[in-house]
Design a protein around this ligand. Structure first.
Ligand SMILES: [Zn+2]
Length: 401
């Protein structure tokens, strides 16, 4: 088994080690050492960046008690290991920051953390139930107090039996040896990650966003130097938004934001009503413009611009009302968008075949079923002539008893 130097010395960024094996695997080399400072990805923490004997390491993971390092070139003998120290420090700050945030939320609001990740789309924890913004800010302030108290942090291995007799926050995954991370007098949690030696090492912690996802409540956070940068970014964003809305201070900005949301909702409702009205009047218009044929009414037109989605809604209403066929071609950005629809009947033209044929002849794309077809073809006089001819052909078929 590889000796895990990062367990006891997470601040060790350079060390010597002996190469035990180096074998080709999928175009790279899998290297196992007698000891390592490289943290293998897992438990929500990504692996370290760095090099072994000057060769960059692309991945580090655990495999049957060993830690495997992937390298593009082979190494042998005694080698020097180096990891990106600044990145490791930030990972340690985020990891310990997460312990503190999860513990504070558990202790204060009784809401356990289901999962914690430093990788993916920003460091986050997922909670069993949602918290209000006020509760989150309270948790952030309490976490900052724990950071400011600079409490010692210790990690040690225990047998499952020993661990079961200790008070531990969260679940313990069954293992031969259980690693417990203890923040003195505050929290104890099972974790295999790297942490700062005391809470002050976290420097800063900021809740940066929330999201309800698959039945859990996700809380994004930043710690360490990333939190300091996030604070500055937030300050800049708020100042810019205040200026854009001509607000002198935060309370004016909050009021302006509320007014904007109300105005947006009112506009959306108004917009919806207008669309409904337009749909009714356009449905009446196209009913009026359609001619009566043997198998039902039919309207066909080449329109100069228009919303194809809206035309489809119009056609759907007309086709449901009585046997109808609606054939539209809409001129848009040098192209013709085709929308052909008819009511269900025993016989009648195959609109999909007509659109498919038009697209094949004119270099467009589209198709559909006998009842509904859509497509786009390059515009122009010749194309419009071809579309008119198709309109006539469909009308002839539609007129057959
Ligand atoms: Zn941890």
């Amino acid at each position: 088994m590889t000796t895990r130097l990062f367990d006891d010395e997470p601040g060790l960024f350079e060390a010597r080690a002996q190469v035990l094996s180096c074998v080709p695997r999928d175009g790279v080399f899998a290297v196992v050492l007698d000891q390592t400072i490289f943290f293998p990805r897992g438990g929500g923490q990504p692996c370290d960046d760095g090099d072994i004997g000057g060769v960059p390491v692309s991945d580090v993971f655990e495999e049957q008690g060993n830690i495997v390092h992937l390298l593009p070139r082979p190494v042998s003998g005694e080698v020097t290991l180096r990891i990106d120290g600044e990145r490791r420090l930030e990972l340690m700050r985020h990891h310990l920051g997460q312990h503190i945030l999860s513990a504070v939320i558990d202790q204060t609001f009784g809401v356990p953390t289901v999962i914690a990740r430093i990788e993916d789309a920003g460091p986050h924890i997922e909670l069993q139930s949602p918290l209000t913004d006020e509760q989150l800010i309270t948790a952030q302030a309490l976490a900052q107090q724990v950071i400011d108290r600079d409490l010692p942090v210790r990690a040690a291995y225990y047998t499952p039996d020993e661990a079961s007799r200790m008070s531990v926050r969260g679940k313990i995954t069954p293992h031969e040896r259980i690693r417990l991370v203890e923040i003195e007098g505050f929290d104890r949690n099972a974790c295999g990650g790297t942490h700062c030696p005391s809470t002050g090492g976290v420097l800063d912690l900021l809740v940066t966003g929330t999201k309800s996802v698959r039945g859990v409540f996700r809380v994004y956070y930043a710690a360490g130097k990333a939190a300091r940068k996030a604070r500055l970014d937030r300050g800049l964003a708020v100042l810019s938004m205040q200026r854009a809305l001509s607000c002198e201070n935060l309370s004016e900005f909050a009021a302006a934001q509320q007014a904007l949301i109300e105005r947006r909702d009112a506009l959306e409702a108004h917009n919806h009503a207008l669309r409904e009205q337009l749909l009714r009047s356009d449905t009446a218009l196209w009913a009026e413009l359609s001619r009566t044929l043997e198998q039902g009414r039919l309207a066909a037109a080449i329109l100069d611009g228009g919303d194809v989605k809206h035309l489809r809604a119009v056609a759907e209403i007309l086709c449901a009302e009585q046997p109808s066929a609606l054939l539209f071609a809409v001129r848009q950005a040098g192209q013709l968008s085709l929308l052909f629809m008819r009511s269900k009947s025993k016989s009648g033209p195959n609109l999909g075949a007509f659109v498919k044929d038009l697209c094949a002849r004119l270099g467009g794309r589209g198709g559909g079923s006998p009842l509904l077809a859509q497509g786009v073809i390059p515009g122009g006089e010749a194309a419009e002539q071809a579309v008119e001819e198709v309109f006539d052909a469909i009308a002839r078929e539609y007129d057959l008893p």
